[in-house]
Write a protein that binds this ligand. Structure first.
Ligand SMILES: Nc1ncnc2c1ncn2[C@@H]1O[C@H](COP(=O)(O)OP(=O)(O)OP(=O)(O)O)[C@@H](O)[C@H]1O
Ligand SMILES: [Mg+2]
Length: 240
């Protein structure tokens, strides 16, 4: 980054609170994702990371707080409307349709497009060639890493401005993890995307993330540049 250059906010979450029934899971969570950056939400199991991502995508509705995309208030919009507004989610556990082929899974993503294009963009196949090579295979027959590539491809088909990924490296072999990180960097550097991802794998955050947001029991307890993610912060909030 050039000296004096400032980061324009692309996605912001403002004082968001959410409860499942009587149990408060998110407590006034605020964070902002600058345009063209990769921001990583970290935290132990059960601290509310997935609940946060679902609130951002509109799959859950907060009790209080707001979600803004490029200054536009999305809080009252449904998940489908948010997808059309420019958010794409790669959910935890991938949520591939197991009985649909790779190509059919990708076609599901077309529904989120604003331009009504009905063709899968070629660059998806350039990023993940196996999605073309194996296009007729059923989603349920793919390995975890292949399913993750498909889930990312399906989100990209919708032409999002902001890509949300919930634990993209969970249960995936190291060479695919590396490839996913490189794809994310390519997307922000060459395609102008902005990324908010949940990640528990510290090495991945250090290698591919620009900023971190650390959660503990429904609150943001630390945030900053990943280069400043110290051993003390990690020990206090991440190691069990
Ligand atoms: N549908 C639900 N109903 C009730 N409680 C829920 C529901 N989903 C999650 N929870 C609880 O809310 C808390 C936060 O869950 P969440 O899935 O957001 O955590 P997480 O940080 O994503 O965890 P993990 O790292 O295991 O994916 C947990 O205590 C969880 O048990
Ligand atoms: Mg989760």
């Amino acid at each position: 980054m050039m000296a004096g250059e400032s980061h324009e906010t692309m996605l912001s979450v403002e004082e968001l609170s959410f409860s499942y029934g009587a149990v408060r899971v998110l407590n006034e969570v605020s964070l902002s994702v600058p345009r063209g950056r990769i921001v990583c939400v970290m935290g132990r199991n059960g601290v509310g990371k997935t609940t946060l991502m679902k609130n951002v995508m509109g799959l859950l509705k907060p009790e209080f707080g707001m979600v803004l995309l490029d200054g536009r208030d999305l809080t009252s919009l449904s998940a489908n409307q948010r997808a059309r507004a420019g958010l794409g989610l790669v959910p935890q556990g991938r949520q591939i349709f197991p009985r649909l082929t790779i190509e059919e899974n990708l076609r599901v993503g077309l529904q989120a497009r604003r331009d009504r294009q009905r063709k899968i963009p070629e660059f998806i196949y350039e990023i993940f060639p196996l999605l073309k090579e194996m296009g007729r295979r059923k989603g349920g027959d793919l390995s975890g890493g292949q399913q993750q590539q498909l889930a990312i491809g399906r989100a990209l088909v919708g032409d999002p401005q902001v890509l949300l990924l919930d634990e993209p490296t969970e249960g995936i072999q190291p060479n695919i993890i590396q490839q996913i990180g490189e794809v994310l960097l390519y997307l922000v550097e060459e395609k102008g995307l902005t990324v908010l991802l949940v990640e528990q794998y510290l090495e991945f955050v250090r290698e591919f993330g620009h900023e971190f947001v650390l959660m503990d029991r429904g609150r943001v307890v630390a945030q900053g540049e990943t280069a400043d993610l110290t051993k003390e912060i990690v020990q206090a909030h991440l190691t069990v």
